[in-house]
Design a protein around this ligand. Sequence first.
Ligand code: NAD
Length: 347
Amino acid sequence: MSIFSHPDFDDHDGVYSFSDAKSGLRCFIAVHNTNRGPASGGTRFWNYVDDGEALTDVLRLSRAMSYKNAMAEIPLGGGKGVILKPQGDFDRETLFAAYGRAVEKVGGQYITAEDVGVSPNDMRTIKTQTDFVAGLDDGDAASGDPSPHTADGIFRGLEVAVKHKLGVEGVGGLIVAVQGLGHVGYNLARRLKASGAQLIVADINETVTRRAATELKAKVVSIEEIHAQEADIFAPCALGGAINADSIDDIQAYIVGGAANNQLKTPEMGAELQKRDILYCPDYVLNAGGIINVASEVSGTYDYDWVDGKLEGLRVTLKEVFDRSASSGRPTNEIADEMARERLKPS
Ligand code: NAD
């Protein structure tokens, strides 16, 4: 299939592939849109079945970054990197250094940061080869791991959703089912617990679920059952596609909102959630806290007050999405896409 006829191509500004035999690097960097500024979005390091799966992922994720950055009103375009995890042995530092050189070749059109499978340590390795990297934990404007800020934005957004859907202030007394207790999911769970919510959790990693059971008094269920819990909120915080034809009929929650990118397996799932009277918080609106934090670093001077203002802005934007959806009767994901496309138009 040619790249231009790929179903997720969506008029990308640029799609780059890089390989390096010595390190085993095979990666894609996709730059979706730069109307608002240089494209930025994390790099994912994942065990893809093949390069077709990785290409689809990078295209979908980079478009979502354009929409996310536009909805968060930050001066960045949308882009993403994915690295295919090599089969067999590889040297992580050599691999991420080669990836850093790939980012450098894109010449500043793309600024990278962390995503699934990538750590601040990997960012330091990338930084040895290029300045087009953020989410660092040292240096003049370093903003560190974006995950706690992503969790903060999700928490604030869920409060808006709860008010809109259930008519109550805050999450106290509500039950939240959290799928995935990684960097964002665990931070979010901790924040929810501190605010009086009860937690049901699932993760493929038993160490984190055990910790959540002890530390947060969370009820642990299997990964096959988490979406089907009797909860007020279902928070997908693992990988994409949690809302799909197989899972949708089992969802009991009134609200779906979490960290994962591309939570809807297909856009039609948004209408299906609406039909079932479930309020969907569009993922890229809710989970923009991390990239907001990164944007402050990219500006050259880290400023938490600016970050906090933008996180508060997410509440306003989300409320607008919900209100427009309520008045038009259209699904929240369609409203968010429409607002994002409006904001992406060249000024
Ligand atoms: P992470 O890798 O730290 O955590 C993911 C967690 O999900 C891990 O604990 C993993 O064991 C678990 N998991 C994997 N498959 C699972 C399954 N089938 N069921 C339950 N748990 C499963 O990643 P993260 O940084 O916390 O990101 C989580 C999601 O949020 C990703 O989709 C990411 O793209 C998105 N996101 C992250 C950020 C950020 O700041 N890190 C920002 C925006 C969006």
